[in-house]
Design a protein around this ligand. Structure first.
Ligand SMILES: NC(=O)C1=CN([C@@H]2O[C@H](COP(=O)(O)OP(=O)(O)OC[C@H]3O[C@@H](n4cnc5c(N)ncnc54)[C@H](O)[C@@H]3O)[C@@H](O)[C@H]2O)C=CC1
Ligand SMILES: O=C1O[C@H](COP(=O)(O)O)[C@@H](O)[C@H](O)[C@H]1O
Length: 252
């Protein structure tokens, strides 16, 4: 990718994991509504993703977009997810197709499919259980935040079908600063390490695809999300496994 890549929500946890991992590999244009707290090596746009004029300026000249900006709280109220997550995503997508960008990677979430866990927990969190979601299932959100993430996936489907935009939704599990403790079974099953996160979004920026929904977790022994589609289409090859960690400590 020779053209700049726009990274929205760049100041957050996922944005920082991506920049820590592949910050030197692309010409980044960062966007966040909060100004950077320290020095940054990259161009930084302070803007809200619902501000259409600012978004159009930010998208000008970029070849791809990694769209992370939004309200990440599972308990976020409707007003917030409607504005920040749904309207913000539509604003960026509309600008993206007008700019004819090549690839669009979207931070979706495990919360878009949380109700598949209902009636299956805790068994599905355990190694012996072979239940897997593979990205072909319809959403079953567990909260309004999950509804907003499912809406982002559907918006991507529309912009792909209508405008031929390459769109990859990554249903991120749980990228935590301190790794989930070994006895938090759900967290262990959903863990995405910072380096696997950076690698996965790198794949989204380099692979050829049309419309994809993939799961964003590490290669955990416990899992109920399949990694097959991410491996096959994007070339995702995760290095980490939550079973080898307890909190910040490597135990295997
Ligand atoms: N951290 C995780 O484990 C997971 C994160 N995600 C998704 O990944 C994305 C990033 O999440 P985190 O980095 O964890 O959240 P975060 O809260 O650390 O970062 C989000 C960033 O987006 C910015 N932002 C929020 N609304 C904005 C707006 N309207 N305009 C411009 N900037 C805005 C915030 O200022 C913040 O810097 C979110 O969309 C979240 O839903 C999905 C699943 C799991
Ligand atoms: O989508 C998200 O999911 C992670 C994990 O959620 P949890 O409810 O299983 O802990 C969450 O940490 C993150 O804030 C959210 O954006």
């Amino acid at each position: 990718m020779d053209d700049p890549v726009l990274l929205t929500g760049a100041s957050g946890r996922v944005g920082q994991a991506i920049l820590d991992g592949i910050g030197d590999d692309y010409d980044w244009r960062l966007l966040d509504r909060e100004p950077p707290t320290g020095d940054t090596d990259h161009e930084f746009v302070v803007a809200d993703v619902t501000d259409e004029a600012a978004v159009r300026d930010a998208v000008e000249g970029v070849g791809a977009i990694v769209h992370l900006a939004g309200d990440p709280r599972p308990e976020a109220p409707w007003e917030s997810v409607l504005r920040n997550n749904i309207d913000g995503t539509q604003t960026i997508l509309e600008a993206a197709v007008d700019e004819d960008i090549e690839r669009f990677a979207f931070a979706s979430s495990n919360h878009a499919v949380a109700h598949f866990e209902t009636d299956r927990e805790p068994d599905l969190y355990r190694e012996h259980d072979d239940f897997r979601l593979d990205g072909t299932e319809l959403p079953r959100p567990g909260n309004l935040y999950g509804v907003s993430k499912a809406s982002g996936e559907v918006l991507g489907r529309y912009y792909h079908d209508e405008h031929d935009l390459s769109f990859a939704a990554v249903r991120i599990g749980n990228l935590t600063e301190g790794h989930p403790p070994i006895d938090y079974e759900r967290g262990q099953a959903m863990w995405l390490s910072p380096r696997d996160c950076a690698h996965l979004f790198d794949c989204c920026l380099s692979a050829d695809y049309g419309y994809e929904i993939v799961y964003g977790i590490s290669d955990n022994d416990r899992k109920y999300y399949s990694l097959e589609r991410a491996r096959e289409v994007l070339g995702y090859d995760p290095e980490d496994n939550s079973a080898e960690w307890d909190g910040d400590e490597k135990v295997a």
